[in-house]
Design a protein around this ligand. Sequence first.
Ligand code: G1P
Ligand code: ZN
Length: 543
Amino acid sequence: MVTNRVPTTPFSDQRPGTSGLRKKVTVFQQPRYVENFIQAVFDTVEGAQGATLVIGGDGRFFNETVIQTALKMAAANGFSRILVGQNGLLSTPAASCIIRKYKAVGGLVLSASHNPGGPDGDFGIKFNMAHGGPAPETFTEAVFKRASGISEYKIIEASDVDLGRLGETRLGDATVQVIDSVEDYAELMETLIDFDRVSRLFRSGFRMRFDALSAVTGPYAKAILEGRLGAPAGTVVNGEPKPDFGGHHPDPNPVHAHDLMDLMHGPDAPDFGAASDGDGDRNMIVAPGLFVTPSDSLAILTAHAHLAPGYSRGLAGVARSMPTSRAADRVAAKLGIKAYETPTGWKFFANLLDAGLITLCGEESAGTGSDHIREKDGLWAVLLWLNILAALEKPADQIVRDHWAAFGRDYYSRHDYEDLETKAANDLMDNLRGKLSKLPGQQFAGLTVAGCDDFSYTDPVDGSVTPRQGVRILFEEDARAVFRLSGTGTSGATLRVYMERFEPDPNRHSLPTAEVLAPVVAAANAIAEISHYTGLEAPTVIT
Ligand code: G1P
Ligand code: ZN
């Protein structure tokens, strides 16, 4: 078979962000764009020769085209074994599981996560390392550098691999194995979760709705919930992955998963509701009549994880991203384990997990995970919730209210201002950073600033320092506002403002979140002069 070395010229915009290279589909469709980036990744991977590589994606538009290209390039670049999910599908957590299980040198995960798909939507390419987690910044910066000076890429001439048929084929000097997308992942879940107990829960008449949002988790949820656990057929809705996610925004939050929210707040709400995102790493948990914030979910899972077989020996520690509420810290303090605060993005958890410092971790953006893989894991979080529900024999909303009664409630909300001019967003952050030293002691909307900083993270394992990860403002009234710019957007800039307020009094645990947070919102707006810089009177999305 012929290996071609194809001359190319660089693109200047191939710098990966929070989760790999993410752009509009039309950007990826430019001739040589995909090839350049993949070659830059392969040139940066150490030990590619003779190694195993995993490839899979969330099934969005352009997935299969890029997979065929990636397979031929991997074969030309010396990988000897390539594992690819059937029909090109692998959820992000399944890819992480498979990389680890088969000792691959890494994996290409094709996804733009929760961003819309289709010809006018987004696409993404992310590289995960041998530990199964997203590549660290040293790696992604090396890829960017390589891509910025690239002059050729390698690809073999071959016909497309039949991704529908399980089994092995030769591709140049490499072996391609089309694997069942679900099997390895489901087996891993059986080692962590008490499947017998959860099956009994379903047999006892427990009703659940899992909304896969027409994204990659459908086949996983059907095989595990309706298959192995015996949940009634129809428990999983929107279970067929579609290239454009059925025109929906596959982001499991109260705004985009409104059908699930309506059902769970209606008269015929099932006992438990859940959803996951485009590539299956995010989760949403809804109790009857009560949306569980991801920050609370992390805290509740931390409190009860020992009820599941995979965590029966207790937890080493817990970590949350800085903007995530401090609810998990309160549980950690009670359990006598350490709580870590990391910058936004899953990659910062990997060192802590590898070093055995933490067992669970999570983010306010609906990501929760554990040391079983090195990605957040949507369905795993749902299964752990089911295990806890089965063990505690209490309704989901009761578990949440009992948790607040025991630990206090962290009211929480995030305001996103999307599609801003990049300059306006940067100016807002610069202005905010510029006034930090003068804020302590000042009053805004009746709240007094107790302290503030621009979060800088020192990794406790390797000592690396990641500065400028978001501005935090603490108020004397046990409230907090955090400001940062998104690193995953594909057009313009997005300002994220995270607000929370702690309420210890159980008599005040059923108030509307917007009411409790109103002073924090007003203070945040006043401090950052949000409407002045953005020209917007209100956020585009509130979650
Ligand atoms: C967003 C979330 C972050 C998450 C990332 C990838 O990043 O805020 O928590 O890790 O997506 O799913 P951002 O756009 O804020 O940089
Ligand atoms: Zn995702």
